[in-house]
Design a protein around this ligand. Structure first.
Ligand code: KG4
Ligand code: ZN
Length: 334
């Protein structure tokens, strides 16, 4: 048979995930074990605890992905695993599991960049068309990437401080909302009838970089000043104002980049791409631009292994192979 089956493994942060993808775009199985209940107790991801969860889950998750696919290892062409960036202790658990599985079954191993994975999640929904612009917004990333062909990534902008999702989570904490804060703020913002005016960080006129720490400070100062005067913060109004600022900057810079690079397709990826306010804004903006804009479903926006297997399939077809010396690369460049 000429079908290509790739097993993907993802453990870079807080999801232990394994998935099998057929021919780079068909999801055969997709298993994600989340640590969210544990993080709620600690208010975020604690690296040591994340690693421990990965150790407990990884073998089960891979077995489950194989069983759900009804395949045996001999049906597979390769094992693709997130090599970086991410928490080094977390990455190593996925990489070691991938090495063991590959060695035991005589399969090649392929190291995938986590952000390439997020971008290739779109390949599971529709074929990628180049040149392509990707907006990656997650708890650890805020990046604009131009792709002229498969496997080529040009980073044109990134955050200079907090990632968009990190800003969401920190502002949510200020408002006393549970972790992860992104979905909570999104919900409050959409239900709000008013919005507090917060600044937008445009940076230099030509820049595609982002900055969210000033906005976070503005929210903290707003709350502090209001409470000093005996007032009470209305969380909906703060959430709506914060979200407006984030969404306007993300949308404006993404549209400007799409125009400058003359892209034929725009995709968003990462956990914050699940944000309803952001989706609505980008949808409207690119409808006006006449450029197709896509966001994968939420389950493929947040961390998963299907996206790693999809990116890994492209690398497999390009002849790229890793080896048993593979190590976790926390700062791996795209
Ligand atoms: O991609 P992801 O699952 O993990 C990382 O690689 O970081 O993204 C998680 C981030 C969290 O910061 C979470 O608050 C944020 O995505 N997030 C959202 C929404 N859903 C998840 N942020 C804003 N609005 C949402 N609806
Ligand atoms: Zn991610």
């Amino acid at each position: 048979t000429t079908d290509i089956y790739i097993l993907g493994i993802e453990t870079s942060c807080d999801e232990t995930a394994a998935s099998i993808i057929k021919n780079g775009h068909e999801i055969v199985s997709n298993v994600v074990a989340s640590q969210i209940e544990s993080q709620k107790r600690f208010g975020g991801v604690v690296p040591e605890i994340a690693s421990r969860h990965h150790v407990e889950q990884i073998t089960l998750v891979i077995e489950e992905a194989m069983e759900a696919a009804n395949l045996t290892p001999s049906d597979l062409n390769a094992v693709a695993v997130t090599e970086g960036p991410g928490l080094v202790g977390a990455l190593l658990i996925g990489i070691n599991a991938a090495k063991a599985f590959a060695f035991a079954n005589g399969l090649p191993i392929i190291g995938v960049h986590h952000i390439a994975g997020h971008i290739y999640a779109n390949q599971l929904m529709q074929p990628m068309v180049f040149p392509l612009l990707a907006l990656i917004v997650s708890g650890g990333h805020t990046e604009l990437v131009v792709m002229k062909e498969h496997g080529s990534f040009e980073l044109i902008g990134e955050t200079r401080d907090d990632a968009a999702g990190e800003a969401y989570d920190k502002v949510a904490r200020v408002l006393g909302l549970p972790y992860p804060g992104g979905p909570q703020i999104d919900k409050l913002a959409l239900a709000s009838d008013d919005a507090v005016e917060f600044p937008r960080a445009w940076l230099e006129p030509e820049s595609y970089d982002f900055s969210f720490s000033g906005l976070k400070s503005a929210v903290i100062n707003y709350k502090h000043n209001l409470e000093q005067k005996g007032g009470t913060v209305i969380p909906e109004h703060v959430a709506a104002g914060f979200q407006q600022s984030v969404v306007e900057v993300l949308t404006t810079k993404t549209v400007r980049a799409a125009q400058q690079y003359g892209v034929k397709q725009v995709i968003a990826a990462g956990g914050v791409a699940a944000n309803k306010g952001l989706r609505t804004s980008l949808d409207a903006a690119f409808e006006k631009e006449g450029v197709p804009f896509y966001v994968p479903p939420i389950s493929l926006c947040t961390d998963n292994a299907a996206m790693i297997a999809a990116a890994g399939t492209q690398m497999y077809l390009a002849g790229i192979r890793g080896n048993m010396g593979m190590n976790g690369r926390p700062g791996m460049p795209l």
